[in-house]
Design a protein around this ligand. Structure first.
Ligand code: HEM
Length: 402
């Protein structure tokens, strides 16, 4: 087996759309990732993606962002506003657990802080299990924790959520309620299984657990990176901060620029199903591995300019490129949460009052509107448990910076 590495933007783009290259990044994380959408290939992947895509539509994202999310956001942030500060990672996870649970289809019946805390700790364990390949902890230890967490998740959250949906689906099938009255989430779609694809209870369990962690880990980290880049770029300048706060379209650009510099998954791995020739003399035999450095590719000077390694929200990119580069992936496994978290890219016709900004931009806007600034007495800390460059702890305090 040969191993190839590339950081060429062009090569990575062609690899990510190549049907003969199979997902390989999560082979280590099988306990949670075996058989979930992100690890499927070929026909099986196409069918599952088609079925689940029913949940991930732009009209629903807009409704979610404008109607449902502000309420969750206010409920979650209010206790911290009273306290005068928060840790961005902790807050990010608290808020996004509600978001991913809504999309995955996990009910929080009691609606107590303890219940959220419980779900949160399970999801953090799932997240460690999924990204095991980058974990510096003993892998067997993590896997044991993931197995226990899956069992607890099943009895405490999944079974009650399933039961409620099964009753509603029965009512729908008996014409007692309309389809629109069913919850709009992945669990309902899987239980309804209109395409009659093969799905076992074990697969549904891992799929829903995967959804919970896929969205929350990346959203919480994206928000924290974006705020860090903004604070650093403003460097105490009230003028720059005002520009960001008062111009939500510019703030959205800041978020996309930060996403480019900090892709949630810094690499993508694929294994060849047959001989594959990519550009730049990468000639793969069957079962060869290619490791693609998305972090590096997102700084390709020929696309993002000579200052591609720094945060520059005024950056102009060629028409056919995204400012966030390859951060949401492209091609076969392109992220389902892209428009939900990143929003829609504005154009000349965009009305700023009715634009879909994306959840990450909304979170950043809220923190800045509440005058959240890094706590000078309590410095942020990098996450040393992973090779991924994330923050472990990023305290901020509310109130006008002197
Ligand atoms: C800033 C936030 C996010 C980032 C940077 C991100 C990034 C990514 C990337 C890079 C992939 C493709 C991986 C590959 O090609 O190997 C992916 C796939 C996926 N993402 Fe996201 N993601 C984010 C948020 C979300 C959210 C909020 C959800 C769901 C609510 C989500 C659901 C998914 C799913 C289901 C896939 C698998 C698609 C498939 O395999 O066909 N993501 N994401």
């Amino acid at each position: 087996m040969n191993k190839f590495e590339t950081s060429s933007y062009k090569t990575i783009k062609s690899a990510l759309v190549n049907r003969n290259l199979k997902q390989a990044l999560y082979d280590e994380g099988k306990v949670i990732m075996d058989g979930v959408l992100l690890t499927l290939h070929g026909e099986e992947h196409r069918k599952r993606r088609k079925l689940e895509h029913r949940v991930f539509q732009r009209d629903f994202f807009k409704y979610y962002e404008q109607e449902l999310f502000p309420k969750t956001l206010n409920e979650t942030i209010n206790p911290f506003l009273k306290k005068g500060g928060l840790d961005l990672l902790d807050f990010g996870y608290r808020i996004t657990i509600n978001l991913t649970a809504d999309f995955a289809g996990i009910d929080r019946v009691k609606k107590t802080p303890e219940e959220t805390e419980d779900l949160l700790s399970l999801v953090k364990t799932f997240s460690q299990g999924a990204t095991l390949v980058h974990s510096k902890r003993p892998h067997e230890e993590v896997n044991q924790e993931v197995k226990k967490a899956l069992e607890k998740f099943e009895s405490k959250f999944l079974i009650p959520s399933k039961k409620r949906r099964e009753i509603l689906i029965e009512k729908y099938k008996n014409d007692e309620i309309k389809k629109e009255q069913l919850p709009r989430d992945v669990l309902t779609i899987l239980l309804l299984n209109e395409d009659k694809i093969e799905l076992s209870d074990e697969i549904i369990k891992r799929e829903i657990a995967f959804y919970l962690q896929a969205g929350s880990h990346s959203t919480a980290n994206s928000m924290t990176h974006a705020l860090h880049e903004i604070y650093t770029w403003c460097d105490g300048s009230h003028k720059k901060m005002k520009k960001i706060k008062n111009n939500p379209l510019f703030l959205q650009r800041c978020v996309h620029e930060s996403m480019r510099l900090h892709p949630a998954s810094p690499v993508a791995w694929r294994r060849s199903e047959c001989p594959v020739n990519l550009e730049e003399n990468i000639n793969m035999e069957k079962n060869d591995l290619i490791i693609m450095d998305l972090h590096e590719a997102n700084q390709d000077k020929s696309i993002f300019g000579s200052d591609s390694n720094i945060f520059n929200p005024n950056r102009v990119v060629p028409k056919n490129q995204f400012l966030w580069g390859l951060t949401f992936g492209i091609g076969l496994h392109m992220c389902f949460g892209r428009d939900l978290d990143g929003g829609v890219i504005p154009d000349e016709k965009t009305d700023p009052n009715n634009h879909q900004y994306g959840i990450v931009a909304l979170l950043v806007q809220k923190i800045l509107d509440e005058d959240g600034y890094p706590d000078d007495e309590n410095k942020p800390k990098a996450d040393l448990n992973t090779e991924r460059s994330n923050w472990a702890f990023y305290p901020i305090i509310f109130g006008e910076k002197k």
